[in-house]
Design a protein around this ligand. Structure first.
Ligand SMILES: C[S@@+](CC[C@H](N)C(=O)[O-])C[C@H]1O[C@@H](n2cnc3c(N)ncnc32)[C@H](O)[C@@H]1O
Length: 269
């Protein structure tokens, strides 16, 4: 979306200290910042990058939120896949336009949005979650950010293992749930050889349990990695890393579905 801000849109307001606020524009309404009220009408019809001032002299610059901005500000029930990890997941799990992707759990829908954008209207995203209240929140988040729920997304309430009875097949699977090793057997029937499974896990113990379960269930372990995203402070007088960073979120593990090994092949093949 480009052009002037319209009523109903979400805008991101960033103050001089880089604090960020997400505001839904409505004619005649006022946004109450800690520096006093700012009229939405000052932003409606204005271009992105517009600067507005609060009565106490605070300045805010307005942009349309990027997906990463939105995810960190949207209502969350479960822990989201952190924006720094979304890019690597899409690339390393090779989520491409037209792909059929299975996701579990939906959680707050942070990854669901990214998957929907990556596969596009020729693709399909089916996302399971055990908890209906998370799916409702996710649906509302996806709809808010993308404008409407994409027709190529299906949210299903239930255990992802239920997919085994559907007769469907998938090219890619992303698992952000506490015990992914427990679903590998059930998923093998919906995954052709070569299909990619990506696990997102917060602890090394879980990673090891997933990797050890992979081979017996018919998956090859390609890699496990983490991403470290260190932002920098850049001014005329100094250029240095910021003092704070998000040091740990999750480990990403990539598995690939393989046919069963021929008799006599070495272990792991
Ligand atoms: C950490 S959250 C997922 C967050 C999500 N990836 C996001 O970015 O917003 C984990 C979710 O997995 C769900 N879950 C756990 N086991 C599951 C299973 N076997 N099948 C489906 N969902 C499951 C939980 O209910 C929870 O909502």
């Amino acid at each position: 979306v480009t052009g002037p801000f319209e009523p109903g849109e979400r805008v991101l307001l960033v103050d001089q200290r880089d604090r960020r606020y997400l505001v839904r524009l409505a004619p005649g309404e006022t946004w109450h910042s800690h520096g006093g009220g700012v009229a939405h009408d000052e932003l409606i019809g204005a271009p992105e990058g517009t600067v507005v001032r609060s009565p106490s002299g605070m300045w805010f610059r307005a942009f349309r939120p990027r997906m990463a901005d939105f995810v960190l500000k949207m209502p969350r029930g479960a822990q989201v896949v952190y924006p720094k990890d979304v890019g690597p997941i899409l690339v390393e799990a090779d989520i491409h336009p037209g792909a059929r992707v299975l996701e579990a759990g939906t959680g707050s829908g942070a990854l669901t949005m990214a998957l929907c954008r990556a596969v596009g209207r020729d693709g399909r995203v089916v996302s399971y979650d055990l908890r209906p209240e998370f799916q409702e929140k996710a649906a509302s988040n996806v709809e808010t950010f993308l404008g409407k729920l994409p027709e190529w997304l299906e949210l299903r309430e239930g255990d992802v293992r239920e997919v085994a009875t559907t007769g469907e097949t998938y090219d890619r699977v992303v698992l952000d749930l506490p015990e992914p090793w427990a679903v590998l057997d059930a998923l093998s029937g919906v995954l052709p050889s070569g299909a990619i499974v990506c696990g997102y896990l917060p602890t090394t113990i879980q990673v090891q349990q997933l990797v050890l379960a992979a081979d017996p269930a018919g998956y090859e372990h390609l890699e496990t990695f983490e991403t470290l995203h260190r932002t920098w402070h850049v001014t005329e007088r100094s250029v240095r890393p910021d003092h704070r960073m998000v040091a740990h979120t999750g480990f990403i593990t990539i598995l690939r579905r393989v046919p069963s090994a021929p008799q006599g092949a070495p272990q792991g093949w």
